[in-house]
Ligand binder design. Structure first.
Ligand SMILES: Nc1ncnc2c1ncn2[C@@H]1O[C@H](COP(=O)(O)OP(=O)(O)OP(=O)(O)O)[C@@H](O)[C@H]1O
Length: 269
């Protein structure tokens, strides 16, 4: 899977220029995190990955084909977008129906739907709650219901818009399992998150957005080592990373163990 943005701008009908010329390539199966302060343009950019939003100028190519060539419904089979707010996505009267709806619409055989339901409901932790109305789920479970509904459609790329919002440690661990299992199955996961610990624990590549532009894009360690540039985006590295930077360590560390190792190495000269 390859998603390519070429000098792409998006201006909302209100006149807000949310994206100001983006060049970006995301390719393969390595999960990518998109970070940045509120209003940086993260949701706007990812809504272009399956045509929910269309570029005002420039182009978006999916596996080399312009997004302009097809409908959003058609692109959604290839790139699934999980909404930031579950209430924007869930509308049926049971979790099971939410899981069946997308696959049935794209003509997935019933047998395959049943098999995927087994795997997906287990993966997102809703196996025992398939008969429940989504409104009777906790806010965390609702989020996993929206994620499950998109995984059910078996797209090659999945966009998670703020899945960590409101999650506890257990929820973050489940998200970690989901992202890693999807990668194993050859899927590309692109995730927006404000949770920097989750980002450094789960992503080797990070794209930092700031005021409608890509400010930084690269390996997680490299991105978080750009202390001065990062300040422009108001992104705060995880506490342990900040302590290490404050202590003058050269390495960008994300764990206590890495901190101790780098500190010892520094002490020994
Ligand atoms: N439907 C809309 N109509 C007009 N302007 C919008 C609309 N949606 C977003 N914007 C504006 O576009 C800019 C980028 O918004 P966007 O939601 O993409 O940012 P974000 O980085 O995802 O923010 P957050 O972290 O708060 O979700 C902001 O200035 C926002 O006010």
């Amino acid at each position: 899977m390859k998603i390519e943005l070429k000098n792409m701008r998006h201006v909302y009908p209100t006149g807000d220029e949310a994206l100001k010329g983006i060049d970006l390539v995301i390719e393969g199966t390595e999960p990518v995190a998109i970070i940045g302060q509120n209003g940086a343009g993260k949701t706007t950019i990812v809504k272009h990955f399956n045509g929910i939003l269309r570029p005002t100028t420039g182009d978006v190519l999916i596996n080399g084909e312009s997004i302009a060539n097809r409908s959003t419904a058609s692109w959604s089979k290839e790139v699934g977008y999980v909404f930031q707010n579950p209430d924007d996505q869930l509308f049926l009267e049971s979790v099971q129906k939410e899981f069946e709806f997308g696959p049935q619409r794209i003509g997935m055989p019933e047998k395959e739907i049943r098999e995927r339901m087994e795997w997906v409901s287990e993966l997102v932790g809703l196996k025992e709650k398939l008969d429940l109305h989504p409104f009777d789920l906790t806010s965390t479970e609702k989020k996993f219901c929206t994620i499950g509904a998109i995984i059910m459609m078996n797209p090659n790329a999945l966009i998670f818009d703020e899945p960590t919002c409101g999650q506890d440690v257990e929820g973050n661990l489940r998200l970690r399992r989901i992202i890693s299992e999807l990668k194993e199955k050859g899927k590309l996961c692109i995730t927006i998150s404000h949770d920097m610990k989750f980002v450094v624990d789960n992503f080797k590549r990070v794209v930092v957005m700031c005021k409608g532009k890509v400010l930084l894009d690269g390996k997680t360690e490299e991105v978080f080592s750009q202390v001065e540039t990062l300040k422009q985006s108001f992104v705060t590295p995880p506490p342990i990373t900040k302590v290490a930077q404050g202590a003058g360590l050269k390495e960008t560390v994300f764990t206590t163990e890495a901190f101790i190792e780098a500190f010892e190495a520094c002490r020994k000269g």
